[in-house]
Design a protein around this ligand. Structure first.
Ligand code: TXA
Ligand code: MG
Length: 344
């Protein structure tokens, strides 16, 4: 398939993309979190093309993107605390799971009776939804199992030849996928942590639980969000995260990196601006400043993809606190590392 690529997103480009969505084709577009691989959410045939292009398992449901806070056409009821969440966080990186109406095809929810919905903050994304006149189903625009794309070049590398169009030249502001919450009557459960944090939701007086599989691999316990059970965000190389006292972390990584280098293998180190100069072996990349976890979040997937490009056999990464956005950062790092964590 020929893929049209536009590094811009002016109205003419958005209209052409909307025309393709209406025709039942697939379009990759930027959002504030990561790039999405979109199709008409109300058209099963169109959404099948998403699963094909990504190589995504059919039981992994898609997020429906809307350009409006009124979602009563798509869901059966909206609990009070969800109204509060929508009011506070939409448009923005929060996805809410609610009981779906029949207008949402079963095939896009992996057969579940619920649907995940979000109204993106990105104006390009919202203009595209509006011009299409339909909600847009969109998973992250990566090949299944690869880190999510945060630049148009990431999308081109994964999906060129597999989708009708790729638009936008912007870097995604958040860099991690949206927070996914399952909404109950009196509380919500975070199924995937993101920029909208547990603490931010609690500040609204809403009780928040966290799906226990977010931070640990719990063997027999299956994550509630189907997508979280797959190996994901994985770079090509083996990866280990090292947490604890920062000086000890640096010493440990230096020792391991030396051993790996002596074996004739290529090692990559995920450091921070503060520690970049402390490592003496391998390829060292900074993931941002420890003082700015939002910056770390925005660079995480790009750094993982950079190591794929450079080609290393082993990655050693510093760890972060798992509070605030740090919870989302550690969740993605742990998944990339297959939950291999050394605690010092
Ligand atoms: O930021 C984002 O959310 C990006 C952009 C493009 O909006 N999209 C994204 O989609 O990350 P995706 O498909 O890569 O991840 C969606 C996650 C998956 O883990 C999926 O299993 C979960 O949401 N999900 C979707 N519908 C669900 C449902 N009805 N119940 C439970 N989990 C659901
Ligand atoms: Mg994804």
């Amino acid at each position: 398939m020929d893929t049209k690529v536009y590094y811009i997103d002016n109205d003419a480009v958005i209209n052409e993309a909307a025309y393709l969505i209406k025709k039942g084709e697939t379009v990759v577009f930027p959002t504030e979190t990561v790039y999405g691989l979109g199709a008409n959410a109300l058209d099963e045939k169109a959404c099948e093309k998403i699963f094909m292009a990504k190589g995504r398992p059919q039981d992994n449901p898609l997020i429906v993107h809307v350009d409006n806070k009124d979602i009563s056409k798509f869901v059966k009821s909206i609990p009070e605390n969800v109204k509060i969440l929508i009011d506070r966080f939409w448009p923005g990186p929060l996805t809410i799971i609610l009981e779906k109406k029949d207008i949402i095809p079963d095939s896009i929810t992996g057969g579940l009776k619920s649907v995940a919905i979000r109204m993106p903050e990105s104006t390009i994304a919202r203009k595209l939804i509006k011009a299409s006149g339909v909600p847009i189903a969109a998973p992250s625009a990566n090949l299944s199992g690869k880190p999510s794309p945060t630049t148009i070049d990431h999308c081109i590398r994964d999906l060129s030849g597999r989708v009708s169009m790729i638009i936008g030249g912007v870097e995604c502001r958040c860099g991690l996928e949206s927070t996914v919450v399952e909404a109950g009557e009196t509380s919500v459960t975070i199924l995937r942590p993101g920029e909208v944090t547990k603490e931010m939701i609690e500040d609204l007086g809403i009780k928040v639980d966290i799906d226990p599989t977010i931070m640990e691999s719990l063997g027999d316990v299956v994550p509630k969000s189907p997508g979280m059970k797959y190996k994901h965000y994985a770079p090509d190389s083996d990866m280990t995260i090292v947490t604890g006292d920062l000086n000890k972390v640096i010493d440990y990584i230096n020792n391991e990196a030396k051993k790996i280098a002596l074996e004739g293998k290529r090692v990559g180190i995920i450091a921070t601006n503060e520690t970049l100069g402390e490592y003496h072996n391998g390829t060292v990349l900074s993931i941002g400043s420890r003082g700015n976890l939002n910056e770390v979040a925005s660079k995480l997937f790009d750094v993982l993809r950079e190591f794929d490009k450079i080609g290393v056999d082993y990655i050693l990464s510093e760890g972060f606190i798992d509070e605030g956005v740090g919870l989302a950062i550690m969740n993605r790092l742990k998944k990339a590392a297959g939950h291999k964590v050394i605690k010092l």
